[in-house]
Design a protein around this ligand. Sequence first.
Ligand SMILES: [Zn+2]
Length: 540
Amino acid sequence: MRISYDQPFYLFLLNLRTEVNIMIEEYLKIIPKPVNISSKEGVFTLNEQTIILTDLNLKETAEQLKDILLSTFGLNIVIKEDLQTKENNNVIILKLINNEKQLNQEGYDLIVSQDHIKIMASTPNGVYYGIQTMRQLIPLELNGKKNLNLEFSIPCVVIEDYPRFQWRGFMLDESRHFFGKKVIKYILDLMAFLKLNKFHWHLTDDQGWRFEVKKYPLLTEIGSKREGTITARQKALLCSEKQKIPIDGIPVMGYYTQKELKEIICYATERHISIIPEIDIPGHTTAILASYPHLSCTGGPFEVSTRFRVHRDVLCVGNSEIFEFLENVLDEIVNIFPSKIIHVGGDEVPTMRWKECPKCQALIQTEGLNTVANLQSYFTNRIARYLASKGRRIIVWNDILNDDLISSALCQYWINNFNEVLDHVRRGREVVMSEMKTLYFDYPYKLIPLHQTYNYDPIPSNLEEKFHKNILGLEACLWTEFVPTKEILDWETFPRLIAVAETGWSLKNKKNFESFQKRLTSFVPWLDLFKVNYAKKEEY
Ligand SMILES: [Zn+2]
């Protein structure tokens, strides 16, 4: 007899299956939540006799898996580069396959059976993400008992997984405070574990220039050091430039040599993370002006700033030397950073100096720009065209969206002018969402609690479906004016970045804050293992 789909018994079974699957997902506690999980009978036993069998093209990925199993679980296991072998018992198989359905080549299939684990994807990136998921299936509790005959039971499952968005990012401001190489690598490790793939590195601002430029050594000799930092947040928000405000007297300094930048980029690339450097121009440039005051409208002098908010002194766009300077700096950036996208800031640029500057006024006349406001589009388009000649594309903060902005510019939305952002998208252009109200981690949990970050959806509810693909994804930002230490950095960032990772990766209909909270509780031992000083439940 055929069972009709609307018969009560069938519906009962279907409901039961859904319930069971929800329980499976809670039990497997994976973050970000995969697209599909189905549970099977039994467990795979991972031990020192387990062998990794790998495609030749996945040798480095296999080495990464080996390193994880050794460093986290104390298991020293062997890699064999041979998929032809008949060996099918107690093996982890890493395999490249053709699979076009997987978005952006980052998806993977993970099958855990009693005999073997199989991770298949169309790219090493996909296999790497499959490994990150498998890692979460291994119970952490036994960790540390290295003298025992170690065995880990991994539940049998079939997981199909791929990301919702291609841009899943985190921005760190190292101008306001400098954290250094060790902290950056630690962040990259956590990002990779959460399947985040864009690290936006805010390396320059009024309060410090943070990387070596061989042609302009004063950028680091002078621009990377400041005397201290304003103390009270409130004062910082209210103070005018003319007021003399007390500072804490604790010097802030530091920068990356080009050798260190290359080392960090290499570290990120191994983890399938693209680093997007930001050089914020033509505003937020006091550290440049302190080093090379002739690039300003007034001639200075300037000091690397100890206070925050918008600074009225910006690059003198009317001075042709600034283009020579910036092109030389960008040449060095392009030589170091492989990213096809370079962030050139563009936020919070006051025009008062340009109004009074003969050079800027002359440029407005000769270029027929009409108003001082058009100087910034002129400037940004000129920089964009230069970078385009090097095969790179700019991303800018949404402050400078207007009709004149070069059409290839990618926009990063943070605040205001949301209709302009929607217009930009409806003209077929692209946006990354960093909405301040939900994704700015420098705001305390009292203002942006975890659920607010988690429930943010990057696709605006009033955006027509045909433009959804133009929203590339989302990026959380940590501005560090009042983040002097790794401990505070950790506290502001975690667990909110975990929520962002789930929004960036998991399908919208798979997301649920209650489920996330339960899985987060199970995820905490991982944060402990990474030594993250995360915010506790009563704090977020
Ligand atoms: Zn000027």
